[in-house]
Design a protein around this ligand. Sequence first.
Ligand SMILES: Cc1ncc(COP(=O)(O)O)c(C=O)c1O
Length: 440
Amino acid sequence: MPIDVGAQYRLAEDTAELATSPFANGLRGSSILAIAAEVRKLRAEGRAVHDLTIGDFDPRIFPVPDALVEGIGHELAAGQTNYPPAVGLPELRQAVTALYKRTLDVEIPEEAVIVGSGARPPLYAAFAAIVAEGDTVVYPVPSWNVNHYCYLTRARGIPIVTKPEQGFMLTAEDVAPHLRTARLVALNSPQNPSGTVVTEAQLTRLCDAILAENTRRRGTGERPVILLYDAVYWRLTFGDAVHLTPFVLRPAIAPYTVMVDAISKWWAATGLRVGWAVAPPWIRARMQAIIGHVGAWAGRPEQLATARLLREPERTGDFLAHFKRQIRARLELLQRGIDDMGRDGLPVRALEVQGAIYLSVQVGLHGRTTPDGTLLETDEDVRRYLLHQAGVAVVPFTAFGYPEGSGWIRLSVGSVTMEAVQATLAALREALTPFAEDTD
Ligand SMILES: Cc1ncc(COP(=O)(O)O)c(C=O)c1O
């Protein structure tokens, strides 16, 4: 009989809480994963569920570029299997600078680029490199994971409740009362979960406010405010929405900006783990030490294959255009369907499609009673009604720190076909019809 280690663990289960630090015990998991578990359970029971919860891609619907798969295979076969440098391979760092030169007309020195295994390690490393315990971090809600990075770095997070009229974006006015003490301002555009894009006026004003504050601090010994700009969805913007880069709008903000990017979203390559950040060399050096000690590098074959494709845009140009069309078609179909429901008196509305793979939708069912007599009081009640009644799985903005009771939810299209979007709309319409108001 082999030794049963699992049985030994079970004998010591009473020590579980004590074995780990209070800090680790205080980390909260993602509430989206709990929803995913509920979806799996319903499906196992034979229910058809339209899953619009995940910020990921179904590779059967959205595969990565063929040239990327080929390139990784090629590098692997060529023996590219040893440690990459902690800062990233020079080929990829140079290719990243070439990418921004070509697309944004901006010259970035190679020493500003640091590579990581996806966007998360550079994001965490930026926090850890910049934020000291108790430092103030200003960020919008709804937002993705900033609260967790605050917890991990023991920062004093100041979540700002943003408004749909502002595209759920953080504005200079929001930040103003906290700017004197802020150490980091975190912004993400196109934004998860709202699918909205920061406007030129919003970003310019925010940059100017940060620049003015840093001018005041200069020479006083106070540490500057840094803008952490998460741009992982930047190549996925639609219609009139254009992606903006802080140091393109305001070059002087460059020494105070860390911009994070990855192939995860715009090449549908979430599982390949290639990301990077652009940071002033003195911040980049600290980030490098952190990423190096954790070993959160991107794999060598993935780095080299990514570098080659970034250098040869004609090999992925078709991919990106096709991919964007597909994502946009799904988002617009959803938006149009929801607009139609709103016109028909159903209590639902959507924001304009702008970017990323998400649509912001507001469902006004609070205080209403379902046909089977259940009173819907909370965002969670509404989410469960949509899941159980319509078979439509969504994530309420409360999962992204937004206050309870708004009715805003995120719809994600990374794992759905056009047919599934049609079916989702039909199911939503049916579930919302009992709540129709007279539009005459
Ligand atoms: C806004 C945002 N930033 C960063 C990430 C993480 O990206 P990666 O998978 O490259 O770590 C995500 C993933 O969902 C995201 O939505």
